[in-house]
Design a protein around this ligand. Structure first.
Ligand code: NI
Length: 136
């Protein structure tokens, strides 16, 4: 029996969408207000879903405490109240779009999970705009 276990998390972070190798004109044309050089913030919401077989001894797919600690270390401690462009090394040369953020979060979390567990991460940049990644 494969069951999915999910946990919600939250972080606040600032970012700016632009490419260093493009002109100001091109960055403004493509990214608009998101290219504001003074940055802007989002209240990011996250759902991390772990799928696997129920352990017959514990009855767990994953101990929620383990999932909670992975989210705290890899997402909240790493991103909360940070400027993604400046403070987070993964975005030094990677545009911090929701798409790229969700892939970075997935890769950081997947590395900490037992290899038989599948992961899907959904990231809300606004209540209406969200992206998902499951490693495919
Ligand atoms: Ni933004």
């Amino acid at each position: 029996m494969r069951v999915t276990v999910s946990r919600r998390a939250h972080f606040n972070a600032a970012h700016r969408l632009y490419r260093k190798d493009w002109t100001d004109e091109k960055n403004n044309a493509v990214f608009g207000k998101c290219n504001n050089p003074n940055f802007h913030g989002h209240n990011y919401e996250l759902i991390a879903s772990v799928t696997g077989d129920i352990d017959p001894e514990t009855g767990y797919v994953i101990d929620m405490k383990i999932l909670k600690d992975i989210i705290k270390e890899e997402v909240e401690d790493a991103f909360d109240h940070k400027n993604l462009n400046i403070d987070v090394k993964e975005f030094e040369n990677l545009n911090p779009t929701a798409e790229n953020i969700v892939v970075v979060i997935y890769n950081k979390m997947k590395a900490k999970l037992e290899s038989h567990l599948d992961l899907e991460v959904t990231l809300y940049e606004t209540p209406r705009n969200f992206v998902s990644y499951s490693g495919e």
